[in-house]
Write a protein that binds this ligand. Structure first.
Ligand code: 5RP
Length: 264
C-alpha cells in the first residue's frame, strides 16, 4: 500500500483505536430532502466535531461544509436514480476522480447491488472506481446496497462483502445481521455497518455494540444519529461504544445525561 493511501486510510479509521465513527449524510442522492437533513448545514455543524469521517455527496459538501473544518471526507460517487424509480440498482458513477481529488477527499464510496438486476453494472462500476482510485491513492468504500428482493442475512451479506473486497475495495459497508461474525470473518478488509431506519436510541446503541463486539471496524451511521431527539448526545454515545468499548447501558446513560443537560 502506498504512503498516500495509507495516510488517507489512517485519517478515516482512527489508528489509535483501529475504529471509526463515520457520519453518513448522503441520503439525498436518491431520497431528496430526507427528514433531518432538510437544512444540512444546520444539522451538520454541531455533529462534525464528533464524527471521525463524513460521508456525503459533492453537492452537499460544497454547500453545507465549511472548508476550514478539518474532517476527512468519504465522497459518494454513485447514483443516477431516485426513490420514485422501480429499481434503485441502476446506478452509475456520478463524479470524476479528478473532481474528488479537487475536493480533497480521503475516500470515495459507491454502492453495489449484488443479486439485483443491475448487479453486473454496479460491480463493474466498483472495479472501475477502484482502478482510478488506486492511481491516486484514494480509499474506496463499497456499500453493499440490498434490493427489496434480497434478505439481509449472513449468507447474502457475506457474499456481497466478499465480492466487493475481492474486487479491491479497501473498506466495505454493510448491514448488521444475525451471525454477523461470519460476514466479518470472511471479508479480508474492514467492515463498517449502516444504522438503517431510525429506531429507539437504546436499540441503535445495541446495534452498534453488537456489531463492534462481533468484529465491525466501526459504524457509518446516519438516521439513527441525525434523526435522534438529541443528535449530539447520540453521536457521543456511539463514540463511547466504538472507541471506548462502553456497554449499551453505559452509552445509553451517557446519552440520557447529555440530553438532560442540553435541555437546561
Ligand atoms: C445508502 C447509504 C447511506 O449512507 C446509509 O445507508 C445511511 O446510513 P443509515 O442507514 O445509518 O441512515 O449508503 O446507500
Amino acid at each position: 500500500m502506498d504512503w498516500g493511501l495509507k495516510n488517507r486510510l489512517s485519517r478515516i479509521i482512527n489508528p489509535k483505536t483501529g475504529k471509526v465513527v463515520m457520519l453518513a449524510v448522503d441520503h439525498g442522492y436518491f431520497l431528496g430532502p430526507t427528514s433531518g437533513l432538510e437544512d444540512l448545514k444546520k444539522t451538520l455543524d454541531p455533529l462534525i466535531p464528533y464524527a471521525d469521517t463524513l460521508m456525503l455527496t459533492r453537492g452537499a459538501l460544497r454547500t453545507a461544509v465549511n472548508p476550514d473544518f478539518n474532517i476527512p471526507i468519504m465522497l459518494r460517487m454513485s447514483g443516477g436514480n431516485s426513490i420514485v424509480a422501480d429499481d434503485l440498482s441502476n446506478e452509475g458513477i456520478t463524479v470524476s476522480m479528478e473532481d474528488a481529488i479537487r475536493l480533497n477527499v480521503s475516500g470515495v464510496a459507491l454502492s453495489v447491488y449484488v443479486g439485483s438486476e443491475y448487479q453486473h453494472q454496479t460491480l463493474l462500476n466498483l472495479a472501475k472506481l477502484i482502478d482510478e482510485a488506486n492511481r491516486c491513492g484514494i480509499v474506496v468504500l463499497a456499500v453493499t446496497a440490498v434490493g427489496k428482493e434480497m434478505t439481509r442475512d449472513a449468507r447474502y451479506l457475506s457474499l456481497a462483502c466478499r465480492i466487493a473486497a475481492e474486487l479491491g475495495a479497501h473498506i466495505v459497508k454493510t448491514y448488521y445481521c444475525d451471525e454477523f461474525e461470519k460476514v466479518v470473518n470472511t471479508c479480508p478488509v474492514p467492515v463498517v455497518i449502516a444504522g438503517g431506519k431510525k429506531i429507539e436510541e437504546k436499540d441503535a446503541l445495541k446495534l452498534a455494540h453488537d456489531a463492534i463486539s462481533r468484529g465491525a471496524t466501526g459504524v457509518d451511521m446516519g438516521r439513527n444519529i441525525f434523526q435522534s431527539d438529541a443528535p449530539v448526545p447520540m453521536i457521543k454515545a456511539v463514540r463511547q461504544i466504538v472507541h471506548k468499548k462502553a456497554s449499551v447501558d453505559e452509552a445509553f446513560e451517557l446519552y440520557n445525561s447529555l440530553k438532560k443537560k442540553r435541555k437546561k
